[in-house]
Design a protein around this ligand. Sequence first.
Ligand code: ZN
Length: 279
Amino acid sequence: MVPVALLLWSAIRCAEISRWLALLPLPLIILFIVRAFGLMHECSHGSLFRSRWLNRKIGFVLGVLSGMPQYVWSQHHNYHHAHHGNWDKYRGPYTTLSVDEYAVLSRARQRFYRCKCSVAAVPLAGFIYLIFNPRFTWSKGSIGLLIHAVRQKLAQPHISFRTHVTSYRSRYWKSAREYRHILWNNIVLLSGCALMCWACARLRGLPNHACATAAMHDFYYVADEQRRDSGALAAHARLVGHELTLAPRGLGFRRQVGPAATGRSGSSSPDCFGRRQRA
Ligand SMILES: [Zn+2]
């Protein structure tokens, strides 16, 4: 986890110089995440630690890192181990065909099957398996759960909402415990992604771009260090017929941007802080 965090941090720093440079640590990030997935697999078999508790907790963290709700995955994986090779029950995640089954397919479907099983399809398959599917099934299942609970509550208001929720059956989870794992995996993972986007935006100075956009709407944004002068700035804003808006403190605004920054105005004059404003 520490190497992944350091590599992600280095990618963000590289992105400050060039977006293409940020691709440099990507192969190592992928390798470490694949390793995390392997270790999550060991936790699912209870073999990474002697303690069951540690296998569960670290398995959850590694599941977040690799994008997979670990507990639910472990249930499916147990089925894989129990029935692997028994083609009547299990054909693997790719629904493997026998030679005879392949031979009776149309040429187009044979081509599709070959593409699906080729090495070139691995990135797309990885995206669908690790990134898209866990988020999609959680969203779709949660919406179904909500609609079911609300409908049932309206039809049978004397029964508790909790009872209606527990009566819901989904093809994506088999128990409340499985749903809790899917839910928390997604919440932690998406929060981590949002946090990293926020960190990237701060480092790349996106708030300043936001400033420039806001300036087009005749707002004044003020840097934290200039807040003490906001009374004078408000007076100036009123004078030139604009609105004063103080940027939230944590956003890292480093400069004041006025309407003149957009270049919309024909004439301009220095503002009360020495910057040029529309007259
Ligand atoms: Zn296994």
